[in-house]
Design a protein around this ligand. Structure first.
Ligand SMILES: Nc1ncnc2c1ncn2[C@@H]1O[C@H](COP(=O)(O)OP(=O)(O)OP(=O)(O)O)[C@@H](O)[C@H]1O
Ligand SMILES: [Mg+2]
Length: 460
């Protein structure tokens, strides 16, 4: 037995209690690096009529923050109302869905509602009376005023202090349906409906999600979620290992923090695979070794979700290794948007370590990079619409996968080089987090090859 005190079954179960690669975090103890955002949400929710909108890149941790904040706010007499938005969702369908969930919650609590049905619950009367919740509530919501009253009834049925998470709001295709929510919130405020909403959505701004006219409403507190800070990234690794009384060398956890590119999914996934490798080790493990990390990383790359793997495979598919080397160069540095020359200097750095490969000329390198925008090459890169000389990842999270691949091939990309000076005690408070770059990198992390002087003004 390689990790003292656990058989496979116990180990697997315990691992599932401390690592969450496949589901959003629900509670504060597992949510790292989001204290500031949680605090802001908590304070904003005190204000009557105020709701929350969490937005940012895919995979950055929006649903986790929303769920944790909702659990914190929701009174203990019920679970918060959880709505996943689908492409064809409308304001009406969502309001009806909230009402159905409120009815279910009240049934679960066996609230005595029969006496008051006729008086209090005008809209929900039919739904409450029928055994199932599949009434035609949807048809009863004709105007915005109806929607507001349905929500008022739902709130009073549901619990003392109800809150709704409207997850993946960006998936609603019709812009007019999304925009209608701003009006709904205004009306709810005017009518003092005691129900809070937390929206989440993939996007750079609220304008993008609600429309420019609607995004400025006073009823919404917008929370733009950056990538995870350095200390939060390695807390995921350290805390998970320590629950098995296993320590992780600082160089290894910093490595994972750098490779995951600020996306918590990768940190959870690599750590999960790494801890299984430790478990499978025939000798007793009290400290994670490089071998566990390297094998874990390889297993993670193999078994990562197909959606993240596919564009990489399409980009390098059956092509010579030169494509792979060029692709790694695009994922070097902490900058998401990069000029060709800066990427080429990353490429030169990579090729110094790839002695057996042919080095491409600058012109050939540029041609390869441009190909990564084509569908045939996974459409992994796009040009910045505001500055066509800048290249960025179409799906930012994809960059983490490319970084994992480079790492598995022995290439340390910038932002991750570890020198002896890294101090274990180093902690950067997450209040210093700024934009995408999170807190400062640990001292000793290599920051070269970010951009060459003068590159800012250059096109290709
Ligand atoms: N602050 C955090 N600390 C630790 N783990 C986190 C944190 N935030 C998110 N995670 C983990 O990261 C993964 C992605 O999180 P989550 O699903 O919340 O992201 P998301 O932004 O909602 O993603 P999507 O855009 O795909 O909906 C999950 O496995 C979750 O458990
Ligand atoms: Mg989500």
């Amino acid at each position: 037995m390689a990790i003292s005190g656990y058989d496979k079954h116990q180990f697997g179960h315990r691992l599932n209690e401390v690592l969450f690669a496949s589901q959003p975090i629900q509670s504060r103890e597992h949510l790292f690096g989001r204290e500031q955002e949680l605090d802001r949400i908590e304070k904003a929710l005190f204000a009557s009529g105020r709701h929350i909108f969490i937005y940012g890149d895919r995979g950055v941790g929006k649903s986790s923050l929303a769920a944790t904040a909702a659990n914190q706010y929701q009174s203990s007499d019920a679970e918060y109302i959880d709505i996943g938005c689908s492409p064809d969702a409308t304001l009406k369908s969502i309001v009806a869905n909230i009402a159905y969930q409120a009815i279910d919650a009240s049934r679960l609590r066996k609230t005595k509602i029969t006496a008051s049905i006729g008086l209090e619950f005008r809209y929900l009367k039919a739904a409450l009376a029928s055994e199932t919740t599949q009434s035609n509530l949807h048809d009863e919501i004709v105007s915005l005023a109806d929607a507001v009253e349905v929500l008022r009834e739902a709130a009073s049925l549901h619990s003392d202090q109800p809150i709704v998470v409207l997850d993946e709001f960006d998936r609603i295709t019709a812009p007019e349906e999304r925009a209608a929510f701003a009006d709904l919130l205004k009306h709810m405020g005017d009518k003092k409906v005691p129900l809070k909403l937390i929206f989440t959505g993939v996007g750079k701004s609220l304008d993008e999600l609600l429309g420019a006219h609607q995004s400025a409403i006073r009823q919404l507190e917008g929370i733009e979620l950056p990538k995870l800070s350095w200390d939060a990234r390695w807390d995921i690794v350290i805390k998970a290992a320590s629950s098995f009384n296993v320590s992780v060398d600082k160089e290894i956890y910093i490595r994972i923090a750098a490779v995951c590119d600020g996306y918590p999914y990768y940190a959870h996934f690599i750590t999960e695979k790494m801890l299984w490798c430790a478990f499978d080790d025939p000798k007793l493990v009290t400290q994670i070794e490089w071998d566990h990390y390297h094998t874990g990383l390889r297993v993670a790359i193999e078994s990562i979700s197909a959606e993240l793997k596919r564009p990489y495979q399409e980009a390098v598919n059956k092509r010579s290794s030169e494509y792979e080397e060029v692709l790694w160069a695009t994922a070097d540095s902490e900058y998401l948007d990069r000029f060709m020359k800066a990427m080429f200097s990353s490429y030169e750095y990579i090729m110094k370590q790839r002695r057996d490969s042919t080095v491409l000329t600058y012109e050939k390198f540029c041609a390869r990079v441009r190909k990564f925008r084509d569908k045939k090459f996974g459409a992994i890169l796009v040009n910045d619409p505001g500055n066509p000389g800048l290249y960025t990842y179409r799906e930012k999270m994809q960059r983490g996968y490319v970084r994992m691949q480079a790492e598995a091939h022995g290439i340390e990309l910038a932002g991750e080089k570890i020198e002896q000076t890294v101090k274990q005690t180093m902690r950067v408070p997450s209040s210093l987090s700024k934009g995408y770059y999170g807190s400062k990198p640990p001292p000793g992390i290599h920051w070269g090859r970010e951009r060459r002087n003068g590159d800012e003004s250059s096109n290709d």
